[in-house]
Design a protein around this ligand. Sequence first.
Ligand code: CA
Length: 222
Amino acid sequence: MIYLVEDEESIRELVVYTLCSTGLEARGFACAEEFWGAMRASMPSLVLLDIMLPGEDGLEILRRLREAPDTAKLPVMMLTARGTEYDKVRGLELGADDYLAKPPGMMELVARVKRLLRRSETDSEPEEYSVGGLFVSIPRRLVTVNGKEVSLTLKEFGLLAFMLKNSGIVMSRDKLLSAVWGYNYEGETRTVDTHILTLRGKLGECGQVIRTVRGVGYKAGR
Ligand code: CA
């Protein structure tokens, strides 16, 4: 799934239509607020960001994505208006993976998106996990239980990925909070418990891959 944040409706619809017509999945959002709402529900594999947006702009969205541990490596392509060299430079400084001048040529857009998706798959370590009927691909952001795809929120995916990477190691709630929510998150450790509960529910019969270690925290394992 590709997310696009673009306030110009004609460009937004054209880009989404074009990506979908090449077999990719894409959703468009007119502002940052809609985008973050969708991010809380489900993570994309790539983000296309316009820079000039009403409210929070594309550079600010990019900065926030790069700051959060679970989206720090999410591929991001900036859409820049012609002649705004400064925006392009800022975007690259902030960690954008690529940029494309607007209005983008559709053939070029598709080629660049596909290249970026391929690169992010090959760049990442081959981080895939199979535990019983559970399969998790971290670079593809894919979770299946007995071959059926499971849709996880950003934090649920982050928790599962972090625990699988550290399989067999007992993780305290504080450790999980700082790893998945970030060091500055002022949440309570109860947040971890509620997320683990819904995560287990979504994983169904594979939910027990996350074990409770009484009085300490959680660990992933068979
Ligand atoms: Ca705009």
